[in-house]
Design a protein around this ligand. Structure first.
Ligand SMILES: Nc1ncnc2c1ncn2[C@@H]1O[C@H](COP(=O)(O)OP(=O)(O)OP(=O)(O)O)[C@@H](O)[C@H]1O
Ligand SMILES: [Mg+2]
Length: 448
């Protein structure tokens, strides 16, 4: 993210307060902390822009003329119970705050509150929201395992191995540990493990170990649940419990999780897929988890490779997402030049597949306006993410092959599958062209 565009991917927060001063100071604090606040003087106005897929959180005062914060909360919970709503309560509104929690409020802030506390809550709320939306999207799309396996793009040896592991481990039905850098596909793989296994028809519930106080997380997982209802381990019984950011689980909760696992018979009533974010760790997971828990979870382990180590998958992923976005935006997908391809292959991709998807989207939008090149996008994005171009760990052969494949692919597309035209443009004899197309899995039929 560049300095000049601090809010390009900033998390959105809707702020509702009838007092202008309060509204302004909350909004200033949030902006300074990197959020993108939208302020409203009344609940009615805010409701107009809050839909069930709103990708952020809400901070609202309780006491307001017209619709008050409690009624708003009820309306929002009716619309989408996973939308995090943080209520601002006046001094002495404790019973109201308790009622709000029962109704599903994310948390509350008692006036006068510490702005740091507010931004921390906001940060956690936004993270929880992203997770909820991500899982919802995946659930919609990935109802069955076949669809899901088809969504995994790439034919590098790492991807081939990954597909095999997902099928083997998924069907073996034991607990699995998934780790890898941010954006490498851990959450996607967790869903895949569930979808290809015998529990596919049962529930898949995700919970993150980051951003919730220990006691609250314990209560949510194991009960008793604030305001009644089932703890997650009960709700998910028979299905898969996906524990995100397991490296952040406190020692006490690790003990409870281990006890929970040990209490279950074999096969386990509830399957656990634990996800560890290597990037956030800075030490090995073996050090972060108690050994007995580690061994319980890590009997089946999937480590996702960083994108920069996946060679030609980078181009396959780019093309696949660019095609999707082009369709979505109703404009042609960008034609990758050989130089573009080289840059895509050499970029360090600290944000991995997620970062690549965002570049593919920007490239499509840029193409629509006929402005700029893919190269400059990739350079700028990776530089601002703190990485320089690299050739680390990849043999020259990979680049050459990736070049070749991209060139042939583009030329075939431009000539709509006319072999003669491609032979001429690339100065290749027919036999060589055929061999290369076979080698790269390109078939003429796709271009006609
Ligand atoms: N092999 C793949 N093929 C196609 N899409 C992929 C692949 N791997 C990941 N993705 C996509 O990349 C994005 C990031 O993946 P995902 O959210 O699973 O990563 P993650 O490792 O869980 O990231 P984080 O550590 O931030 O939680 C998602 O949109 C996912 O669908
Ligand atoms: Mg994830």
């Amino acid at each position: 993210m560049s300095e000049s565009e601090p809010t390009r991917h900033a998390a959105r927060i809707v702020v509702i307060d009838d007092e202008q001063d309060m509204r302004q100071s909350i909004s200033q604090w949030l902006s300074l902390s990197g959020f993108q606040p939208d302020t409203f003087a009344s609940a009615e106005e805010a409701l107009r822009m809050l839909g069930p897929d709103f990708p952020g959180a809400v901070i609202t005062d309780i006491r307001m003329p017209g619709m008050d914060g409690m009624v708003l909360l009820k309306r929002l919970m009716g619309m989408d119970s996973t939308l995090p709503v943080i209520l601002i309560t006046g001094h002495g509104d404790v019973p109201m705050a308790v009622e709000a929690m029962r109704l599903g409020a994310y948390d509350f802030l008692e006036k006068p509150f510490d702005p740091e506390r507010m931004t921390e809550l906001a940060r956690n709320a936004v993270k929880a929201r992203a997770l909820a939306l991500e899982n919802r999207a995946l659930r919609h799309e990935l109802a069955d395992g076949k669809t899901l396996m088809r969504r995994l793009v790439g034919n590098s040896p790492e991807m081939v191995r990954l597909r095999e592991d997902i099928l083997d481990y998924g069907q073996a039905d034991g607990h699995v540990l998934v780790d890898g850098e941010t954006g490498t596909g851990k959450t996607l793989v967790a869903h895949a493990l569930h979808a290809v296994g015998p529990r596919a028809g049962k529930r898949f519930i995700s919970v993150s170990c980051i951003g919730e106080e220990d006691e609250r997380l314990a209560a949510r997982l194991f009960g008793p649940v604030e305001g009644g209802g089932l703890p997650l381990v009960e709700e998910v019984r028979g299905g898969t419990l996906c524990i995100e950011d397991i490296e952040a689980l406190s020692p006490v909760l690790q003990g409870r999780l281990l006890a929970f696992i040990n209490e279950q018979g074999s096969p386990a009533a509830t399957r656990i897929v634990a996800i560890c974010n290597q990037h956030a760790l800075g030490r090995t997971l073996e050090d972060a988890l108690r050994p007995d828990l580690f061994f319980r979870l890590a009997a089946m382990q999937i480590t996702l490779p960083p994108l920069r180590m996946r060679g030609e998958d980078i181009l396959a992923l780019f093309n696949s997402y660019a095609t999707d976005f082009a369709e979505e935006y109703g404009c042609p997908a960008p034609d990758l030049s050989a130089q573009d391809a080289a840059h895509l292959l050499q970029a360090p991709w600290p944000g991995n597949v997620r970062q690549l998807i965002s570049i593919a989207e920007q490239a499509v939008l840029q193409n629509r306006r006929s402005a700029g090149s893919v190269v400059s996008l990739v350079m700028a994005d990776n530089e601002s993410a703190g990485g320089a171009l690299t050739t680390e760990g990849k043999p020259l052969k990979d680049y050459v092959e990736a070049f070749e494949r991209t060139l042939i692919d583009n030329t075939m597309r431009r000539h709509k599958g006319s072999i003669a035209a491609v032979m001429e443009e690339l100065c290749l004899p027919r036999r060589t062209l055929n061999e290369k197309m076979a080698k790269y899995g390109l078939s003429r039929g796709e271009y006609i």
